[in-house]
Design a protein. Structure first.
Length: 153
């Protein structure tokens, strides 16, 4: 059983957004998601099978594929919020942006940090009958920022 103090919990996880101004990455600012944040970072692979042996056995080989990443979350729709407005402007301008995910252990200072650059590809909102309006945002990465301070668009 793992030490519960080493587990990453949502309360210690942060999501940050930064727009680009031309070719310059702006400052990362905190995003306040409502509920969970889904981060999908995956690499496709291709398996090749060779059935050419005399006994009909085969050897499988795996080749690296392209790496893809996406981030999706829901937040309250607050038009006066500066971060919301920056994300909306970025989406409407079809401009590049970056997201940084920081996930910390429940107790301690160890963090898992990943930063990606790409584009917002979904900005859907729901005007609920009996509650606050929400916006669902999805981001598709075009590259991973190896250094969270990398400024190359």
């Amino acid at each position: 059983m793992p030490d519960v103090n080493k587990l990453v919990v949502r309360s210690k996880a942060k999501l940050e957004f930064a727009p680009y101004a031309g070719a310059v990455l702006g400052a990362f600012v905190a995003v306040t998601p409502r509920g969970s944040v889904q981060v999908s970072d995956q690499r496709g692979t291709q398996t090749y099978a060779d059935f050419s042996s005399a006994l009909g056995a085969f050897a499988a080989q795996t080749a690296d594929g392209d790496r893809t990443a996406s981030i999706s979350f829901t937040a309250f729709l607050i038009p006066s919020d500066a971060t919301f407005q920056a994300m909306l402007d970025t989406y409407e301008d079809n401009a590049p942006c970056a997201f940084r995910v920081i996930a910390g252990e429940r107790v301690g200072a160890v963090e898992f940090v990943r930063a990606y650059q790409g584009f917002l590809n979904n900005f859907s909102y729901t005007l609920n009958q009996d509650g606050a309006a929400e916006v669902s945002i999805a981001f598709v990465a075009s590259a991973r920022l190896e250094d969270a301070e990398d400024t190359t668009p």
